[in-house]
Design a protein around this ligand. Structure first.
Ligand SMILES: [Zn+2]
Length: 241
């Protein structure tokens, strides 16, 4: 019985270790996902800024070609000025030239302010791109670290399960069933130590006679209060032997 009890204690240790690893492992995929989402949000932000810069560049090209067309029209009209025959025609052409000049001047102002804005946005974008590179590096490092951890936890967990399986082979079926049953009720703890009549599971005292028996016994004893399997643990070898 002593040997089987030792097996049960070993099994419980192994199962509780597996439980701890499982708890640590459980949160890792959530952390990885959160990391990925955060990084993606930043990438989207930088991408939106890139689109803004591209849009502005396109607008600038459009205004440039509008201005060029306007300047050509102005040039052609000015040339035609020397070909007019009547004063009326001359006046109307002057009016036309004035309109072109006003339009071109407005376009020039627009191009200048577009260039200013583009300059500002491009500078901002360059900074953001630099930040993105830094963030990408730390994101990849962190993700790698978490994935490695996840992997090693999975391996540790596997090892615990294999070991638990091996320990179980040394325990009679009936005892194992009893252990599982008590474990289910006792919040995962089925085997507890008793020292100085106090049960480690429920912190209640067991009857003195039972305590005496526990120190010598070769049979399975359960705590009358919490029903867990109990064993005597000598925590003061000199005094209590
Ligand atoms: Zn108890």
């Amino acid at each position: 019985m002593k040997e089987q009890l030792a097996c049960l204690i070993e099994l419980q240790k192994m199962e509780s270790a597996a439980g701890l690893i499982h708890a640590k492992k459980k949160n890792l995929p959530v952390q990885i996902q959160k990391l990925e989402e955060e990084f993606k949000m930043y990438c989207d932000l930088v991408e939106a800024q890139r689109e803004q810069v591209d849009g502005l560049r396109k607008k600038r090209r459009e205004k440039d070609s509008q201005l060029q067309a306007g300047q050509e029209s102005l040039k052609r009209t000015r040339e035609r000025l020397f070909e007019v025959k009547t004063n009326k025609e001359y006046q109307s052409m002057l009016k036309e030239i004035e309109t072109f000049e006003a339009k071109n001047s407005k376009l020039e102002d627009e191009v200048i302010s577009l260039l200013d804005e583009l300059d500002r946005l491009e500078t901002e974008f360059k900074v953001k791109e630099g930040e993105l590179a830094v963030r990408r590096k730390s994101f990849e490092e962190e993700k790698n670290k978490l994935e490695t951890e996840l992997n090693s936890f999975a391996q540790e967990l596997d090892a615990c399960l294999v070991k638990s399986g091996e320990i179980k082979k040394g325990i009679p079926d009936a005892l194992l069933r009893k252990y599982e049953q008590i474990k289910g009720i006792g919040r995962g703890v089925a085997v507890v130590a008793v020292w100085k009549e106090i049960c480690d599971g429920c912190h209640m005292a067991i009857p003195p006679q039972m305590y005496n028996e526990l120190q010598k016994t070769t049979s399975l004893i359960t705590c009358p209060n919490c029903n867990r399997i109990i064993y005597w643990e000598n925590r003061n070898g000199l005094a209590d032997h």
